[in-house]
Write a protein that binds this ligand. Sequence first.
Ligand code: GLU
Length: 465
Amino acid sequence: MKPRLRFAPSPTGQLHLGGARTALSNYLYAKKNGGQFLVRIEDTDIERSKKEHIDQICNSLQWLGLNWDEELVYQSKRREYYSNSLEDLLSCGKAYRCFASKEELDQIRKETGSYHYNGLWRNKSDDDINRELEKKTPFTIRIKSPNEGHTVFDDMIYGSISISNSEIDDFIISRSDGSPVYNFTNVIDDQSMKITHVVRGEDHISNTPKQILIYKAFNWEPPIFAHLPMILGEDKKRLSKRHGATGVQSYRDEGFQPEALLNYLALLGWNPGTEEEIMDLEQLVSKFDIFRVQKKAAVFDQKKLNWVSSQHLALQNDQDILDRIRLINTEWGIKKDNSFCLSVVSIVKTRSRSLVDLIDQAGYFFSDPSRFNENDVQKTWKEDSQGILEEIIQMLGTVDDWTANKLELIFKKYMENNGYGFGKVMKPVRLGLCGNLQGPSLFDIMEILGKELVIKRINYIINEF
Ligand code: GLU
């Protein structure tokens, strides 16, 4: 049977990195095994579920390229289904109505010293129950949990997990307002959607035995479970808003590309077992192995994400990068011709961590630097700088073959003839051309800027200091 997996977000906020990683793991497992990846919106919490969050989550999934098969499933549209299923369990005696009031429950807790429900209504007679029903006493519905034995499951990541049934009380599956609880709706839907594997965050591991008991109450075969270890911030605390940007949208806004983000998320707690870590979605599908995901929580490492992202840029086609830049900034380089923009992309991309970073770094290609980094000026501008730059302008004026190679030869010769070190000559030139001292090869920059602009900018810095 082909596997069917699902990502089941609660739309109470935007898609976070943890959610994206869960969605990705489901997607990879499904696709690797020729199966299907579905999305179910768990929007039963009417107060906290918002349409804008649903849109944002779906939008982020699509941007990431995690396209789902079949129609979206909304829990809010399946209420009737849940109440029918509750009725089924009641009529076969696998669940029962509990009319205990809050005061009674508090009293039980006080007496037993535990939150464990003592089964007060588990074995009541039909007469007792009908009397309360007639009085319209509010009730919850509880599952009849077995008093003996163990609930055991084989987690694809954590291995065999066994919980003594005595630790699981007759928990509530439907509240007194008639609304079914998460554990119940989740099981009903996974069953009706024919889900074969449930891959989700480790924070759900304590729900799984309860869900298995619900499957058993219906005589259904539970799916196979995999719980993904948590993602922690660098302070080893669970990744949250305190750690800054944790939403997929903010990474998108910062110019990270989906392939890079997915690649990095896949590498959290997993590695392909080979040197090569840079993979696109298709390669991830073929290499990802959920059984090799580590049990240990993974620490989110922004530096590694930056590295993965710059590796993707380095491998990416320049025109493709340019097209994507234009999607976030339609004006970028629009006054220059395409080949100029492609040359800029080509030399800046390997030094960039994202598209936005590339745009920021490449500013001097499109406008003359008008301010110079003060620190760099102090380090660079010496008494003889002006004289050297004047000589360079003379020298450049005679160059016809304006290529990086040729310029490199000319500069080297000039430095040799005068006994000047590299920094003494090249740093003030770089400052004049770029406004600071960082950037790709200066000869490449000069080739792209062209003779006229290079001479103009050097003249400008001479007059500035
Ligand atoms: N709605 C749950 C969540 O967002 C789904 C958990 C599950 O995948 O079963 O955490």
